[in-house]
Design a protein around this ligand. Sequence first.
Ligand SMILES: [Fe+2]
Length: 164
Amino acid sequence: MGERLHTTRIDLAEEIRIAVIQLLNRSLATALDLKTQVKQAHWNVKGPQFVALHELFDDMAGELDGFVDELAERVTALGGTALGTARIAAATSILPEYPTDIAEGREHVQALADRYAPFAQHVRAAINETDELGDADTADLYTEISRAVDKRLWFLEAHLQAER
Ligand SMILES: [Fe+2]
C-alpha cells in the first residue's frame, strides 16, 4: 500500500525512503487512532475532576493532531503517499480499541495511559530505526514526539499515583 514513490531531489536512497515511509505510515495511523481515543475520553469523562480532565484530554488531542500532520508531511516530503484516513488508521494502528463502557476520571486516565505507553514504546523504537537507516531528520521528528508523549504519560500517571 502506497509503496510507489514520487521522484524527489532528497538525497536518501529509495530503499531507505520506502522503509522510513512504511514506519511513518504506521505511526501516522496509530497517532490518528490515539487522537480519536483521547477525544472519546474528552467527551465522555465524568466525575469530580471533570473540568480538569476534559481540558487536559483536549490539549492532548490537539498535540496529537499536530504530530499526525508532521508524520503525514514527512511521508510526502520523502516521496511517499500519506495513509491517514480513519479506515486506514483503524486497520493499521498498533493500539486496541478504546472502551465505551467506562465513565470515571480514573478509568479514562488508566485507559489512556495503557495506550500512551505502547505508543511511547513504538515512537522510541522508531528513533533508533530511522537513525540506523540514516534518516536523521525523521529520527529528530520521532525524538520530538517521544519527548512529548513521555511527558503526557507522566501527566496521566501522576493522576493515578496521587490517588493511591
Ligand atoms: Fe470539546
